[in-house]
Write a protein that binds this ligand. Structure first.
Ligand code: HAM
Length: 412
C-alpha cells in the first residue's frame, strides 16, 4: 500500500476502531500463526478454507502450523487459554492480516486485512443486534451506508442444522448426477454450501429441496424473531435470505452479511453471526458467542468509489524552508515547536538545501498549504515568512512566537 492509500486506510481504520471502543469492545492482539489443527477443528475440516485455502507448513519440529485464514478460532483459543471465558462476558476486537490461497482478483487477495469483533458469554439476540448496529455505525461514519445492505438468516441450533443437513442430502443424493461439480463434491462434505451454488441446474433442483426455515427449532425461531423485532424497532433495514449459510462451520442461529452492489463479485464487505458451539468444541465450557469481521480492503474500495476526496492527496500541511544552510537549525527548531503546539498537523522540513525555486517546487509537490521561510532578514528579526500556496492570500512576516496562533486559526 502506497502513501496516499495508506493515509486513506488510516482514516478509515481510525473511524472503525473509534466505534468499536465506543461500544466497549477492547482490542486483543493475536498471533498470525496457529497450529493447523485449530482451524481444521474450529473452522471445519470440509470448508473451502480448510480444504484448499490455508497456507500451512511444518515447523522445525514437524508440527503443522498455519497462517491464520480468519480471526475467530484464534481469538477463542487465546481467551480460553487465559481463562477469560469462564463465567464472564467479554467483548473484544482484533485487526490484522489474514491469509487464504484464493484466486486473486479485485477485492479478493491472498493476504487481506480484517477488523473483527467477538462477544462471549451473551446468549440473547440483543448482542446480535448490537453487532449489527455497530456495522451500521461503521458505514454511516464513512458515508457509504447508501450502497450497503444487510442480509440475515438463522441456521437454528446445531441439532436443527444437522437435521436439515440430513434432509438436504437425502433429497439431493438421487439427483447427484445433475448437480454441478462443486456441489457434487459438497454433497458429502459440506451440503449446506450447495444452497450458495450459482449453477443454473443446481438452482433449479433446489427449488423443491427441503427448506432450512422449516427445520429451525422453536427456540431458534424465537431467537430470530426477537432479533428481527429489535432491528425493526431500531429501524435497521434488512432482508431475510433463507439461503445465507456462510462458509465456516461454526455458525449456529443468527448469520448476517453486509453486501454492496458497487464492487462486483466480491460483494460482501462484512460478515458474521453466532457460534454458540465453538468454545466447547475447542475445549471450553459451553459459552454462547457471536461476532463479525470486515474486510478492510473491500471497505476501502467502496469508500474510494463513493468519495472523490482530495483530503488524502497531500503528504504535509506545512513545509518549512531555510534559504541558506546557516538557518537550517532555526527552521528545524521552529518546525519542532509547531509540532509540539499543533499536534494534528503534518509538518515537513525541507532537506537537502538548494535554491528557493527548487524548495518551493518540493513544497508544492508535498501538497502543503503553507510554506514557512527563514532567510537572513527573518533570522535577524526573529521572524518567519509565511506563504499561502493554495489561496489568494498575501505572504506575511510573523514574529516567531506568533506563528503558532496564526496557523492554528488558519488550519482550524
Ligand atoms: P468471512 O466471511 O470468511 O468470515 O470473512 C469476513 C470478511 O473478510 C468478508 O466478508 C470479506 O469482507 C473479507 N474477506 C474474506 N476473504 C477475503 C479475501 N480473500 N480478500 C479480501 N477480503 C476478504 C470470517 O472470517 C469470520 N471469522 C467472521 C466472524 C467473526 N464470524 C464471527 N466472528
Amino acid at each position: 500500500m502506497l502513501p496516499q492509500e495508506g493515509r486513506r486506510w488510516r482514516h478509515i481504520e481510525d473511524r472503525l476502531r473509534q466505534i468499536l471502543s465506543g461500544h466497549g469492545y477492547e482490542e486483543v492482539h493475536l498471533p498470525i500463526m496457529e497450529f493447523t489443527e485449530l482451524f481444521s477443528r474450529g473452522v471445519g475440516e470440509s470448508t473451502d478454507i480448510v480444504e484448499k485455502e490455508m497456507y500451512s507448513l511444518a515447523d522445525r519440529d514437524g508440527e503443522s502450523i498455519t497462517l491464520r485464514p480468519e480471526g475467530t478460532a484464534g481469538c477463542v483459543r487465546a481467551l480460553l487459554q487465559h481463562g477469560l471465558l469462564y463465567n464472564q462476558t467479554q467483548r473484544v476486537f482484533y485487526a490484522g492480516p489474514m491469509f487464504r490461497y484464493e484466486r486473486p482478483q479485485k477485492g479478493r487477495y491472498r493476504q487481506f486485512y480484517q477488523l473483527g469483533a467477538e462477544a462471549f458469554g451473551l446468549a440473547g439476540p440483543d448482542v446480535d443486534a448490537e453487532l449489527i448496529l455497530m456495522g451500521l455505525q461503521f458505514w454511516r461514519s464513512l458515508g457509504i451506508e447508501t450502497r450497503v445492505r444487510l442480509e440475515i438468516n438463522t441456521l437454528g441450533s446445531s441439532a436443527a442444522r444437522a437435521a436439515y443437513r440430513r434432509a438436504l442430502v437425502a433429497f439431493l443424493t438421487p439427483h447427484a448426477a445433475e448437480l454441478d461439480k462443486d456441489s457434487q463434491r459438497r454433497l458429502q462434505s459440506n451440503p449446506l454450501r450447495i444452497l450458495d451454488s450459482k449453477a443454473e441446474k443446481t438452482r433449479q433442483l433446489l427449488i423443491d429441496a427441503p427448506q432450512l426455515p422449516d427445520h429451525i427449532d422453536p427456540a431458534g425461531r424465537a431467537h430470530f424473531a426477537a432479533l428481527c423485532g429489535l432491528l425493526d424497532e431500531l429501524e435497521v433495514a434488512y432482508s431475510v435470505n433463507p439461503k445465507l449459510v456462510r462458509g465456516l462451520d461454526y455458525y449456529t442461529h443468527t448469520v448476517f452479511e453486509w453486501k454492496t452492489d458497487a464492487l462486483g463479485a466480491q460483494d460482501t464487505i462484512c460478515a458474521g453471526g453466532r457460534y454458540d458451539g465453538l468454545v466447547e468444541l475447542l475445549g471450553g465450557r459451553p459459552t454462547p458467542a457471536a461476532g463479525f469481521a470486515l474486510g478492510l480492503e473491500r471497505v476501502m474500495l467502496l469508500y474510494e468509489k463513493m468519495h472523490h476526496d482530495e483530503e488524502f492527496a497531500s503528504a504535509a500541511d506545512i513545509y518549512c524552508c531555510a534559504l541558506d544552510v546557516g538557518y537550517q537549525a532555526r527552521v528545524m527548531a521552529l518546525a519542532q515547536k509547531l509540532r509540539d503546539e499543533l499536534p494534528g498537523l503534518r509538518i515537513r522540513t525541507h532537506a537537502g538545501g538548494g535554491k528557493l525555486k527548487n524548495q518551493m517546487r518540493r513544497a508544492d509537490a508535498s501538497g502543503a498549504r503553507v510554506v514557512l521561510l527563514i532567510g537572513e532578514d527573518e533570522a535577524s528579526s526573529d521572524t518567519a515568512s509565511v506563504k499561502y500556496l493554495r489561496e489568494d492570500r498575501a505572504q506575511e512576516t510573523l514574529a516567531t512566537d506568533q506563528v503558532t496562533d496564526v496557523l492554528k486559526g488558519y488550519f482550524s
